[in-house]
Design a protein around this ligand. Structure first.
Ligand code: ADP
Ligand code: MG
Length: 190
């Protein structure tokens, strides 16, 4: 599987040009890093790949198929935002289970998937807590677990670690590489 941005241009209604002649292609399973100054269009590129934003021109192509017109839920992509919002009234377990409940998976499958993903992210002990009872690093792991639990082919992470202190950021970054190796999905990391 190959994923490509082809000659993408994005102009917002106020005239801001966020992306212009943006071309990028990579293979499924890669860990792609987007690096650039603030305002250079990294979030816009992620949102376009996730289907949350339509390009003004150009195309998003997966495996030779133009998916530019597909809605977010028709794409096999999931996104972790910088200001990831966990559902405050749901437990960690229910936060992670949510994408599977929306997809009407069987209860037993949901339970297995939630526990597997919590194990992978080392938050298995936290499943009964609510978000306000978590540290920043723990909440971040829950957000990543929630994004990955339904096994999307593409996981977009838009500065997911920027709320963490420097040491925790380094540690979590190394862990994301381990998780990437285990899941063998495509990671796009801003
Ligand atoms: P980055 O993530 O690299 O910081 P963004 O993709 O968020 O950059 O933004 C790229 C440019 O588009 C910036 O100039 C930003 O101000 C502008 N922009 C982003 N979203 C909107 C919007 N909804 N309306 C107008 N301008 C926007
Ligand atoms: Mg951004």
């Amino acid at each position: 599987m190959a994923i490509a941005f082809r000659d993408i241009r994005k102009v917002f209604p106020d005239g801001t040009v966020a992306l212009d002649t943006f071309d990028l292609s990579f293979d499924a399973g890669e860990f792609i890093v987007l690096l650039g100054p603030s305002g250079s269009g990294k979030s816009t590129a992620c949102r376009i790949l996730a289907g949350l934003e339509k390009p003004s021109s150009g195309a998003v192509v997966i495996d030779g198929r133009d998916i530019t017109a597909l809605a977010p839920r028709e794409r096999n992509a999931s996104m972790v935002f910088q200001n990831y919002a966990l559902y405050p009234h749901k437990t960690v377990y229910e936060n992670i289970a949510y994408p599977l409940r929306v997809r009407k998976r069987a209860r037993r499958d949901i339970d297995r998937a939630v526990r597997d993903m919590a194990g992978l992210l080392q938050i298995g002990e936290l499943l009964r807590r609510r978000p306000r009872e978590l540290s920043g690093g723990e909440a971040q792991r829950v957000a990543v677990a929630r994004a990955l639990v339904w096994q999307p082919e593409i996981c977009l992470m838009d500065e997911p670690l920027s709320n963490l202190d420097a040491l925790l950021r380094l540690k979590t970054r190394a862990e994301l590489k381990r998780i990437h190796r285990e899941l063998q999905k495509t990671f796009v990391f801003v």
